[in-house]
Design a binder for this molecule. Structure first.
Ligand code: G1P
Length: 293
């Protein structure tokens, strides 16, 4: 089985749930402790062996492309000031030349349409999708855990996590079948079901390994929940001819497209930070004391 080399990160969304913060900054560039949220997702992809990332962007998202490029003026000032440690840090975070592509989703027609916009760069090989709104803290990262399942079973692999039944209508939800090892064979999936109609409480978390045939199905995928072209609907069609496995990954996910989810991510990543963790703990405790909580 060939390793998964390419990953698609759809970053065209407007971030309306975190306005006004996202009025002039892409939501993916909002900082989580000391780096933009998207950096964590890119790190998760590279950790899993991904060699090339395809960003599906939109208007007003050029800050993401700039972030992964050199910053000549900044770098020359840092060099002149002998701030070599900072320069080294920037160097280490910068992807190798030619390892990122950017395509535009010209209209916000849905997640399925966004993935379809990457079809020419993906070509004819299995690929990963990581939704950058969702950060997942895990050791190893969620996509690396999924890659292991893919190496064992092939097919398509989706990360899932249990949620309270009252919350299922915010997500795609799977119908689980038998468990084989770490993976659950899937029987179906549905996007944003009503709680009483959901086939389980296992939500689709925002990490996927998909076979390239999904791209042809997305070509004529009709709009579904919310009037959008849904990836979940195309996956449900692909399931008629290919196996799908769900992985209940080890880790914690954070919805950074939501104000409280974003704050929760900051708190967790700050506490887990190698050099800032201890300081963050006392800052958070002090804040609670100072506000009388
Ligand atoms: C998307 C997917 C959904 C998934 C969710 C995870 O929904 O369509 O299946 O459960 O991401 O965050 P969205 O959040 O774009 O509405």
């Amino acid at each position: 089985m060939k390793p998964i080399r390419k990953a698609v990160l759809p970053v065209a969304g407007l971030g309306t749930r975190v306005l006004p913060a996202t009025k002039s900054i892409p939501k993916e560039m909002l900082p989580i402790v000391d780096r933009p949220a998207v950096q964590y997702v890119v790190d998760e992809a590279f950790e899993a062996g991904i060699e090339h990332i395809v960003f599906v962007t939109g208007r007003a998202k050029s800050a993401i492309e700039d972030y992964f490029d050199r910053a000549f003026e900044l770098e020359s000032i840092l060099r002149a000031k002998d701030k070599l440690d900072v320069l080294d840090m920037l160097e280490a975070a910068r992807p190798a030349p030619g390892t990122m592509s950017f395509v535009r989703q010209q209209m916000p027609l849905g997640l399925g349409h966004a993935i379809w916009c990457a079809r020419d760069i993906i070509g004819d090989e299995a690929f990963a999708v990581l939704l950058p709104d969702v950060l997942i803290q895990g050791e190893p990262g969620c996509l690396a855990q999924m890659t292991k399942v893919y190496e064992q079973h092939g097919g398509n692999v989706i990360a899932v996590d249990n949620v309270p039944r009252a919350e299922v209508s915010k997500y795609g939800v799977i119908a689980p079948g038998e468990r084989s090892g770490d993976a659950i064979t899937m029987r179906g999936m549905v996007e944003k079901p009503k709680p009483q109609h959901a086939p389980s409480t296992l939500k689709i978390t925002g990490r996927y390994i998909l076979q390239p045939q999904i791209l042809a199905l997305l070509e004529d995928q009709k709009s579904g929940a919310g009037g959008e072209i849904q990836l979940t609907d195309a996956m449900a069609r692909l399931m008629q001819s290919q196996p799908f496995y769900a992985l209940e990954y080890q880790g914690t996910d954070f919805d950074c497209g939501d104000k409280l989810g974003y704050l929760r991510a900051i708190a967790h990543y700050a506490l887990a930070h190698g050099t800032l963790g201890a300081g963050a703990r006392s800052v958070l405790q002090k804040a609670l004391e100072e506000t009388g909580s």
